[in-house]
Design a binder for this molecule. Structure first.
Ligand code: MF3
Ligand code: CO
Ligand code: CO
Length: 261
């Protein structure tokens, strides 16, 4: 999300954590549900319709993006050099496209937020590479989560991995605390300095969602006011999970049983 200031990190109670687990699993199931539909010829608007119907009618949940600060659709679909917050519409997917589908559901007042990359037909070598590096960046971050670690440690590790592979980390958007609200404190930057920023404590829930570019880290906003693209039009990839800090480590609330990378 964007980098506006918000107040206070909420520590979830066991009852709230149960609800976060349910919301997280529903969000994960939407990504699993949509997988077979992502193929050449479908439009991003059709993908949105399918997800909207599944969330509302099957899951009896609420698609959080719809009307969020005026966002017009139920999911975000970001294709190729689109970084995040792509608005589903009449764009038809074609062989070789890559896209991120970002799903956030609200169930029983709690949010689950997750996204993954999809390949449309056969991806190019560079498309596979940027998707893999972004996936690894997310996993490196998740694997570090435990009480006593600082968010700056995690941001640093993610940035180091991206830059080791000659990719760049988008700075204008970050992960976020999540719970009753879609975007809560803290901001989870995907770059940074070890030993800085918030100390993790059991009961915190937040997302890790690195946006990784093939070219420079700089981005710009399309005139629609939502879609973020890379300034140099290089490919970008993003993966996202919602996680819980446990007493001993991490629980991935949006984990999918199969179907990764
Ligand atoms: N799901 C996005 C995130 O990971 C936020 C989308 S906000 C929207 O934070 F308004 F664009 F939907
Ligand atoms: Co998010
Ligand atoms: Co998201």
């Amino acid at each position: 999300m964007d980098t506006r200031k918000r107040a206070g990190i909420s520590i979830k109670t066991p009852e709230e954590i149960d609800k976060m687990r349910v919301a997280g699993q529903l969000a994960a199931e939407v990504l699993h549900f949509i997988r077979p539909y992502v193929r050449p010829g479908i439009t991003t608007g059709e993908l949105d319709d399918l997800c909207h119907h599944y969330i509302v009618k099957v899951q009896q949940a609420i698609p959080a993006p719809l009307n969020y600060h005026g966002f017009p659709k139920s999911i975000c679909t970001s294709v190729n050099h689109q970084v995040c917050h792509g608005i589903p519409g009449s764009r038809r997917l074609k062989n070789g496209d890559i896209l991120n589908i970002d799903v956030t559901v609200i169930k029983d007042a709690y949010h689950g937020d997750t996204s993954k990359m999809f390949f449309v037909g056969e991806p190019s070598a560079i498309a596979k590479r940027i998707s893999r590096v972004a996936y690894e960046c997310m996993c490196i971050g998740i694997d570090m989560v435990r009480p006593g670690v600082r968010l700056g440690d995690i941001g640093y590790a993610i940035q180091r991995h991206a830059e080791k592979h000659h990719c760049s980390v988008v700075r204008e958007y970050c992960g976020h605390g999540i719970g009753r609200r879609f975007h809560e404190d803290p901001q989870v930057l995907h770059y940074g300095t070890p030993g800085t920023r918030e100390l993790l404590e059991p009961g915190m829930t937040f997302t890790i969602e690195p946006m990784i570019n093939v070219g420079s880290r700089h981005v710009k906003m399309l005139p629609d006011g939502w879609t973020v693209i890379t300034k140099d039009r290089s490919l970008s990839a993003q993966w996202e999970h919602t996680v819980l800090v446990t007493n001993t480590g991490v629980e991935v609330l949006t984990k999918r049983s199969q179907d990764d990378l």
